[in-house]
Design a protein around this ligand. Structure first.
Ligand SMILES: [Ca+2]
Ligand SMILES: [Ca+2]
Ligand SMILES: [Ca+2]
Length: 325
């Protein structure tokens, strides 16, 4: 219940952010693709467990149908990462109803238990498919009331799962929650969130990618974990009180972890976690995984838009950090 009121306060800050909240990866994240590999892949290619879970929240006032659109749903042709022959299959599922998000297994970093909780509303499996290569595929329509009504997460919540069920190739894709089946039209007030994120970094080492976890008032420290970063540059935190605090960066096929304290001034703000690529070496096709935990060991959601806006370092706070309890 504590968590509920905290999130409600946070989510009120999201109102007004209509047009930027619908794509995943989010516009401000500057991440080119989400990634899921086939179930027989080597984890050294950048996916630790071959499954990705993304949640979408729709304000309960919205009663018109919504659609979940997937760009490049196939595993072949353009965008995807081929190993040998194209032989991978991807299960896509959209879930609603009781437990879709509230089941704790759906909010964890592994695929144990009922991570696929809730009611399966739509599903399709893709492999080699020229019809969806480099194009949008549309799931739906869904009635928003088919989601799981969770006021603490901002309304009716749907769960999207992309799971590799065979093969060893990499699936690159993007998502858009739309009010139209044929184009990307934002659903007023909706947004996406995720507890573990698997994605592709840009090849161009001048690009900087971001994620935006929200630091609620209970958080006194975070532990970040990332996988298979291939030592591709630096990861740093910018917040109202941190001017680029470094996070641990993983090498090939391993996890790295680091702990970061949270000051009073950082509570109820977002962190801007910046991923700055290696400027000396061009590392291409770099697929990575990241999640964050609070001091209770709970995974912290990242939001497709930074709640409260992108944080700016304030010199007056940073040089005199207030201590947390
Ligand atoms: Ca293959
Ligand atoms: Ca493709
Ligand atoms: Ca990698």
């Amino acid at each position: 219940m504590v968590r509920l009121s905290i999130l409600l306060t946070a989510l009120m800050l999201l109102s007004g952010l209509h047009m930027t909240a619908q794509p995943v990866p989010g516009r401000d994240e500057n991440i080119p693709f989400l990634v899921t590999f086939g179930s027989k892949s080597e984890t050294a290619w950048g996916d630790d467990d071959f499954c990705q879970i993304i949640f979408f929240s729709i304000p309960k006032e919205v009663s018109t149908p919504v659609y979940l659109r997937v760009f490049d749903a196939d595993v072949s042709g353009l965008n995807d990462e081929q190993k040998g022959d194209w032989n991978s299959k991807m299960f896509y599922g959209i879930y609603g109803g009781k437990g879709a998000c509230s089941n704790e297994d759906a909010q964890k970093s592994n695929m144990k238990g009922k991570y696929d909780s809730g009611t399966l509303l739509a599903t399709k499996t893709f492999g080699v498919d020229a019809a969806t290569d480099n194009k949008w595929y549309t799931f739906g329509p869904f009635n928003p009331s088919e989601g799981e009504l969770l006021p603490e997460f901002g309304g009716n919540v749907f769960k999207f799962i992309c799971e590799g069920t065979s093969g060893d190739d990499g699936n690159m894709y993007r998502l858009f929650l739309s009010s139209s089946p044929t184009s990307n039209v934002a659903v007023e007030g909706a947004f996406a969130f995720y507890f573990k994120y698997k994605f592709r970094l840009h090849d161009n080492n001048q690009e900087v990618s971001h994620i935006y976890p929200y630091i609620d008032k209970r958080v006194v420290a975070i532990k970040q974990a990332n996988f298979d970063w291939d030592n591709d540059g630096v990861i740093r935190i910018v917040s109202v009180a941190k001017n680029g605090e470094s996070m641990a960066v993983s090498g090939d096929n391993v996890w790295a972890e680091s702990r970061h304290t949270v000051s009073e001034a950082e509570k109820n703000t977002s962190f801007d976690i910046q991923m700055i690529k290696n400027k000396k070496t061009v590392i291409r096709n770099n697929n990575v995984v990241m999640y964050l935990q609070n001091q209770f060991g709970e995974l912290m959601p990242f939001y497709s838009v930074p709640i409260g806006g992108i944080p700016k370092y304030k010199y007056s706070i940073g040089v005199k950090p207030k201590t947390s309890k």
